[in-house]
Ligand binder design. Structure first.
Ligand SMILES: [Zn+2]
Length: 228
């Protein structure tokens, strides 16, 4: 961007410069690139011309070192309320009762996560085994809450994000099993699979001896390596 004119020969630029107030009377004119980096590049030019779009508030929920892609895909659909729940009349064609509880409640994202008796029980069993706070409110309010609560890249937060994704994934798998294969599992089984999968994901990550790791291992009941 031009802040003054020294040896500029372009008549259009000179006309513009002539209209500008003289703000630096005792210093020479300079040309500077008004980007935070101060350096011209194609990237910085693109950012100046087209500022980055606002990220959605839940963007961070799908990030983190313990993320499991297939879980995150289902969580992403759930956040967008794009799972094929039966509250959508073009999917249910009349029978829209939740297959996880007694069928008296309409299956919706709000109901499945976690107002359903069955999924609430899954959540409670998980909470008895690992520290996982979840506000029992509307699904979208909870997503906003979690996005803010777990926004920092702390190992505990990364594990909480992975746990939420695993819960949503296995609940959706159980729902599909009941609906399409007429098989069912107890809430204890679903909760155990959720915990096992995140537990294994944490264990398979590179071990870094730190206070964060020690806290995480204590919460997840993972034995601390002998000698460290
Ligand atoms: Zn239900």
């Amino acid at each position: 961007m031009v802040t003054g004119a020294g040896q500029i020969n372009d008549p259009d630029i000179n006309e513009i410069v002539s209209q500008l107030p003289l703000v630096h009377q005792n210093s020479p004119d300079t040309i500077m690139w008004r980007h935070p980096s101060g350096q011209f590049s194609v990237k910085s030019a693109t950012e100046l011309i087209q500022p980055p779009k606002d990220r959605v508030v839940w963007h961070g929920l799908l990030q983190g070192r313990y993320k499991i892609p297939r879980h995150n895909f289902i969580l992403w659909l759930a956040i967008l309320e794009k799972l094929s729940t039966l509250d959508k009349h073009w999917i249910s064609r009349g029978d829209n009762g939740c297959v996880l509880c007694d069928g008296q409640y309409v299956e919706s994202h709000d109901h499945l996560f976690f107002n359903c008796l069955y999924t609430r029980r899954c959540l409670q069993i998980v909470q008895r085994q690992v520290r996982f706070h979840w506000p029992l409110s509307g699904w979208q309010q909870c997503i906003k809450w979690a996005s803010k609560r777990w926004r920092y890249e702390h190992l505990i937060n990364a594990a909480s994000r992975a746990l939420l994704a695993a819960l949503v994934y296995y609940i959706w798998i159980e729902r599909n099993n009941r609906k399409f294969t007429a098989t069912s599992s107890a809430a204890e089984y679903v909760a155990r699979r959720v915990i096992e999968e995140v537990w294994l994901r944490i264990l398979s990550d590179k071990f870094i001896p730190s206070l964060q790791t020690r806290t995480l291992y204590r919460i997840w009941k993972i034995a601390w390596p002998i000698g460290l």
